[in-house]
Design a protein around this ligand. Sequence first.
Ligand code: NAD
Length: 495
Amino acid sequence: MLDQAAIDAIRHDPVSPRQLLIGGKSVAAVSGKSIPVFSPIDGKQLTTIAEGGAEDIDAAVKAAREAFDDGRWSRMAPAQRKKIMHRFADLIEKHALELAVLGVRDNGTEISMAYKAEPLSAANTVRFYAEAIDKVYGEVAPTADNVLGLVHREPIGVVGAIVPWNFPLMIGAWKIAPALAAGNSVVLKPAEIASLTLLRIAELALEAGMPDGVFNVVTGQGRVAGEALGLHMDVDVLVFTGSGGVGRRLLEYSARSNIKRVYLELGGKSPNIVFADAPDLDVAAKTAAFGIFRNAGQVCVAGSRLLVEASIHDEFVEKVKQIAEKMTVGDPLDVNSAIGAVSSEVQLEKDLEFITEAEREGARRVTGGERIRTETGGYYLAPTIFDGLKPDMTLAREEVFGPVLGVLKFEGEEEAARLANDTVYGLASAVWTQNLSRAHRMIRAIKAGVVHVNTYGGADGTVPLGGVKQSGNGHDKSLHALDKYVDLKTAWIQL
Ligand code: NAD
């Protein structure tokens, strides 16, 4: 349970300027430059982070390579690696409140969500992969009698991870934990506007006993530090969560450098499809609102397109509107706020542009659409719903990454599936129906990484998350994620 008094006791703690973490040491950027960090809660400067550049990335990759090659982690006994990872998870959990508050001050997610979705989720992820370390086996191939075919699963080397500003700990852990569990070394480049908690957990990893150089963090600008990591000749694997535009660049960097493997988790325009026979329209409406408005819509799997069957359309949109209008947009550090701040002024401006464009193209604004709480100096947007969307409108096609929901009407399964798939993305989706056969037909018909049935979101670490089409490749979470971080080596032995 979150305790408001405990949050308030630390919410104004000074945050000292942060350095890079390379080879187990806190170091300044070679350039000596830093980036100011502003809190979306009130628009005021919180602290600074070091502005890492190509030389810092090179130093971090060298530290990671050295650690990998001398086997201090990659060849440590699995049971020992597991112990350290468990201690790491315990420390994240022990510092959960501190991490959650620091993260909220950095990126504005409402604390009621951030506490569970950030430190607690990251601790669970680290534990999941810690447990896997001594439970995933290699293979003996079913060969002829006179040979022995063995398949070894080996760590690959140096993993470069570039992550976004939404849920930095949760998404960061989805990359770092399986990469480290498999025995690799990591160089992490967090987003400029959400680096603080990732720097902190890297310190906790050291405290847990992770050897120096195994987990390095270089903060800095994407087009400088991120590009240097993407182009580095000694990075073996690049894992990324973020926008499609940057994802394309990473593929280019790989082609221009050492053909490193690139795994991308990109955006979405996920359809939430409500049939008239949904088991409970009130639950469906509440879930639809929460599925787009929590974290001010800055969720890759957000259900940003609501598809409603014509016979219940008016009634259902009214229900969602009423719920949206009751959701409190407030101080992200208040446990009662349902929605916190938009992460930055730039993102808020982008959201408002999408709203203006939706009106210009003729969609009907049902609620919201305005910047609010301007007296705080922070970045807040009222939950916004547009009805009467046509499939070719901008709001039906482009990811806003803000608290903006677009509603489309459909008649029957065929049209629902056609509209659902009428997008370049394929990340998440949901179907609300009591008809089991229809649910299974829709699961088959929808092209997406996940199809929820009679719920939205909330899948745990046991199942993979990945996109199809332009939502990306490869998977985070579950044992499948380990595949990105191991090489399969065959030993073929003549007997
Ligand atoms: P972004 O692509 O702008 O930035 C992501 C990261 O890439 C940041 O660390 C940034 O510094 C870095 N970067 C920027 N330019 C770069 C360059 N030229 N070279 C290398 N690195 C560079 O994305 P964002 O705005 O931080 O996050 C929002 C996006 O992330 C949305 O599109 C959202 O859908 C997506 N996302 C996807 C998932 C998923 O699992 N599929 C999860 C969360 C967010």
